[in-house]
Design a protein around this ligand. Structure first.
Ligand SMILES: CC(C)[C@H](C(=O)O)[C@@H](O)C(=O)O
Ligand code: SF4
Length: 874
């Protein structure tokens, strides 16, 4: 089977890179909703606890442990790990050393320890704190070759877009979707639009990839890429290193896009070759052949097209509290009175007040107290080298505290081998251990109130690096220059000195020496939970229903670009539950600095809005981080429906997963509804009729995706619905194994089989069949040899259920297998129509089957299947 992506090459339907990857991952399509297969799933401690708990509650397992990789990054201290014994003692120590409130110590610990328990229980490969490969989730994926061209990559983290640098379709998801992927290895999605951003020409010296993406966001705005997957093309991206492409794709989320990508080329292949999880030998050649087909066809259509001239890009910095608030370093702080739009002017005024800046101030006159070099945007080896070339032989300005945090243990090791750490420490930088660190300050690294920081991270939201902290985003070279100057500085002025220094720098080491160590991929877990009769089935019911909100006064929140950091700040993300977050909703806007006294000017603190169930907000609501804690907090606060001119994609999706209704409606209508709400008049939001009603006014119709509407009205849960499509997923996986064998992990060996039991044959017949699977099947004329199955699913409906139970008992009594799970559910009946009961009994082989290498097992091709589909034919 040829991959879908090459089928139309050169034909009448030219397609974009995104179209091709989408086509190659389509498992099933119905009613305009697509079930998309996910090749790579990265997991971290903040957005996974509730997802694992969900699996546990419904007795579900991780479908593809071989395609899932976990690490810890957000919470962990970046102080020296020399005395590391175990997570518990280390985090507690680090917390008390930095005088963090003891009350905080326990939740921090809880999340990391929870992840450690979860990866053990579910059999996942994990780079923990004592592993030198640990690091920021978006640094370790590419570093290990886990991220590959043409794959779909997800993580419960908005900056998953980073991986698009490899020509992967990579995007952030919320926690409910994390659970969905863990359980099904798929996601229910709607196809996004295609957008192209072309930057042509040559970048001037001193201008880097970070300046390019900041410049782009300045032009298109933080909502500019909304609803789109962006392909970056043109000489500038072609000439970029992989590290530079990652910085660009990383911040596509700040441009509001779902994902960003660069077509894979020789630079990509050279970066990947030899990495531990990359295909090897013949598989490598086959993979490269496929990867080369991953280019947008000539004549393919883009819904949005942007062209930028590289010559227009200068070293760029932010002045405000949104990543779109950018100016060239040679510029001045803008004047809000020049803004034409009122919401924009109010936003600018607030940003200037927060940042403590006056319009007209020269950017280069702004003094700083902190420098943070790190984050998933800029913490890779090239970034380290760039900083070293600026600071070598110089000193950090007095009164400035500068820290540099490598993105992973391997980046750290490589930088140290190149002697960069010495350059940093001699200049007065604090050289730390890997983690997210002061990018969002979930660990002890934070700005103090009013402290001003030159940062290489990606978000300058209010409170992002610490309550009342002030962040200016820029490139590593620019942040380094600011550290030396004590104020924002044009790095181009240092170029002559830097050129002289670079000549004296040690040769970069060959990165492969550090990256090619084999991974001991975690074995599937041996210990299973005890059998649990009648455990919750993969049913599709289980979400709160939404039908209508009748006669309520809505709350007018007249603010655009409300980010999820603002909806719920980082200090509340340490929970491992979904509930109890109402008090944290809009925390900074809602309370004075003491965190208790309500701010009277905040609308949700005023009557009758305090208990509003409908919120009416400005453009681009819910932008930024993927944290599902944002809808959880709003929901807990009582808000079930949000009306706005536009929403950020991840937040929008997250709402539906929690039985909440986001309504996107024109700006004019939003303004009309603001006036209505300010007059404290009531309205009704009716999902059944898809309209907003107000007394004496015409009803306002609104659009909602039919599938989402159906789920909301009926309280249906996506995972249950998807599991009803299990057969499609099974056959997709079989096809994937034969077409893209390099995507199956080393221990993935098709060890599950299904035996469908009917009343046509006796139970002893099915027991023999089951034993055949458990012992492995010899080759025959029409079938290649079949390795023993580690687990069997005995499935039966209606009258055959009793027979299935008998087979399971026989296998148990005769010592062939143990019963590990029994699930019951109702499914659509085949002949008689209506719903019929179904039982799925999972049994585990008593003797350990030998794992079969992927290539051997895939010889049977798609027909043989990944989970014993043959079993159904017996
Ligand atoms: C914690 C996580 C949900 C969040 C994200 O999605 O971006 C974080 O990485 C951030 O940068 O704010
Ligand atoms: S943006 Fe910051 S907090 Fe989020 S993943 Fe990247 S480094 Fe971590």
């Amino acid at each position: 089977m040829a991959p879908n992506s090459v089928r139309y090459e050169g034909e009448a339907h030219p397609r974009t890179l995104y179209d091709k990857i989408w086509a190659d991952h389509l498992v099933h399509e119905a009613d305009g909703v697509s079930l998309i297969y996910i090749d790579r799933h990265l997991v971290h401690e903040v957005t996974s606890p509730q997802a694992f708990e969900g699996l546990r509650m419904s007795s579900r397992e991780v479908r593809r442990t071989d395609c899932t990789l976990a690490t810890v990054d957000h919470n962990i201290p970046t102080s020296s790990r020399k005395n590391f014994k175990d997570t518990k003692s280390f985090i507690a120590e680090a917390d008390s050393r930095t005088q963090v409130n003891r009350r905080c110590a326990s939740p921090v610990l809880q999340q990391v320890v929870t992840l450690e328990q979860n990866v053990q229980e579910f059999g996942l490969t994990y780079f923990g704190m004592e592993d030198k490969r640990q690091g920021i989730v978006h640094v370790i994926g590419p570093e290990q070759g886990f991220t590959l061209p043409g794959t779909t990559v997800v993580c419960g983290d908005s900056h998953t877009s980073t991986h698009g640098a490899f020509g992967a379709l990579a995007f952030g998801i919320g926690t409910s979707e994390v659970e969905h992927v863990l359980a099904t290895q798929t996601l229910l999605m709607k196809k996004a639009k295609n957008m192209r951003i072309k930057v042509s020409g040559k970048l001037a010296e001193g201008v880097t990839s970070k300046d390019v993406i900041l410049h782009i966001i300045g032009i298109i705005g933080t909502a500019g890429g909304m609803g789109c997957v962006v392909e970056f093309c043109g000489d500038v991206f072609e000439n970029m290193s992989m590290e530079a492409r990652m910085s660009v794709c990383n911040m596509t989320i700040e441009a509001g896009a779902r994902a960003g990508m660069v077509a894979p080329d020789e630079t990509t292949f050279n970066y990947l070759k030899g990495r531990p999880l990359c295909p090897k030998g013949k598989d490598w050649d086959k993979a490269v052949e496929y990867w080369k087909s991953l280019r947008t066809d000539k004549g393919a259509k883009f819904d949005k097209d942007i062209h930028i001239d590289a010559a227009d890009i200068a070293p760029t910095v932010t002045w405000g509290t949104s990543p779109e608030d950018v100016v060239p370093i040679t510029g001045i702080v803008p004047d809000p009175s020049q803004a034409t739009d009122e919401t924009k002017r109010t936003g600018m005024l607030r940003a200037l007040q927060y940042m403590g800046l006056e319009p007209g101030t020269k950017m280069q006159d702004i003094t700083i107290q902190k420098v943070f070099i790190g984050s998933c945007t800029n913490s890779r080896i090239e970034d380290m080298r760039s900083v070293a070339s600026v600071v070598k032989g110089k000193k950090v300005s007095s009164g400035v505290e500068a820290m540099i945090v490598p993105g992973s243990g391997l980046v750290k090791k490589q930088a140290e081998a190149e002697g960069l750490d010495k350059i940093f420490t001699e200049a007065g930088f604090d050289w730390r251990e890997p983690g997210c660190s002061m990018c969002l300050g979930m660990n002890p690294d934070r700005l103090k109130p009013q402290e001003r920081c030159a940062a290489t991270s990606n978000r300058n939201f209010e409170g992002r690096q610490g309550p009342q902290g002030r962040t200016h985003l820029m490139s590593p070279a620019m942040a380094a220059a600011a550290a030396i100057a004590g104020k924002l500085k044009d790095v181009r002025e240092l170029l002559p000195e830097m050129q002289a220094t670079n000549g004296k720098m040690a040769e970069p080491t060959k990165s492969m020496d550090f990256y090619s160590e084999p991974i001991d991929w975690t074995a599937p877990k041996e210990v299973q939970e005890p059998p649990s009769e009648g455990v919750a089935a993969p049913t599709s019911a289980g979400m709160p229903q939404f039908t209508s909100l009748d006669d309520v006064v809505a709350c007018p929140l007249k603010k655009a670009n409300v980010d999820t950091d603002c909806i719920i700040p980082k200090q509340f993300l340490k929970t491992i539950q979904r509930t109890g977050l109402g008090k944290a909703a809009f925390f900074e806007l809602r309370y004075e600095d003491d965190g208790v006294t309500e701010r009277q000017d905040f609308v949700l603190n005023q009557e009758p809005y305090r208990s509003a169930s409908v919120l009416i907000a400005g453009d681009n609501f819910g932008c930024g981080s993927s944290r599902e804690h944002a809808p959880w907090a709003l929901n807990d606060q009582g808000i079930r429906c949000i009306i706005a001119p536009s929403f950020a994609d991840i937040f929008f999706n997250n709402c539906f997963k929690n039985g909440m209704l986001p309504i996107a409606i024109t700006k004019d209508i939003v303004e009309e509804l603001w006036t209505h709400a300010e007059a404290k008049k009531k309205l009704t939001v009716d999902l059944t009729k898809q309209e907003i009603r107000r007394e004496g006014c015409e009803a306002i119709p609104f659009e909602v995706d039919p599938f989402r509407r159906h789920c909301l009205l009926n309280g249906l849960d996506d995972i249950g619905l998807t599991l009803q499509k299990a057969e499609h997923i099974d056959s997709f996986e079989a096809r994937r194994s034969s077409t893209f064998p390099w995507l199956d992990g080393p221990r993935y060996s098709r060890m599950k089989a299904e035996v469908r039991i009917s009343t046509a044959k006796s139970s002893s017949f099915y027991t023999r069949v089951a034993k055949g699977f458990l012992g492995g099947l010899p080759a025959s004329d029409d079938r290649p040899e079949r390795p023993p199955a580690a687990q069997l699913i005995l499935s039966a409906t209606g009258n055959a259920i009793e027979r299935a139970v008998r087979v399971a008992q026989d296998l148990k009594e005769e010592g062939d297998a143990e019963i590990i799970r029994i699930r019951t559910q109702t499914v659509a009946g085949s002949n008689q129509g209506g719903q019929v009961p179904q039982v799925l009994i999972t049994v585990k082989a008593k003797s350990k089957p030998h794992a079969v290498p992927v290539m051997v097992a895939s010889k049977g091709g798609a027909k043989e299947g990944s989970n014993g589909k043959q079993g159904t034919d017996w």
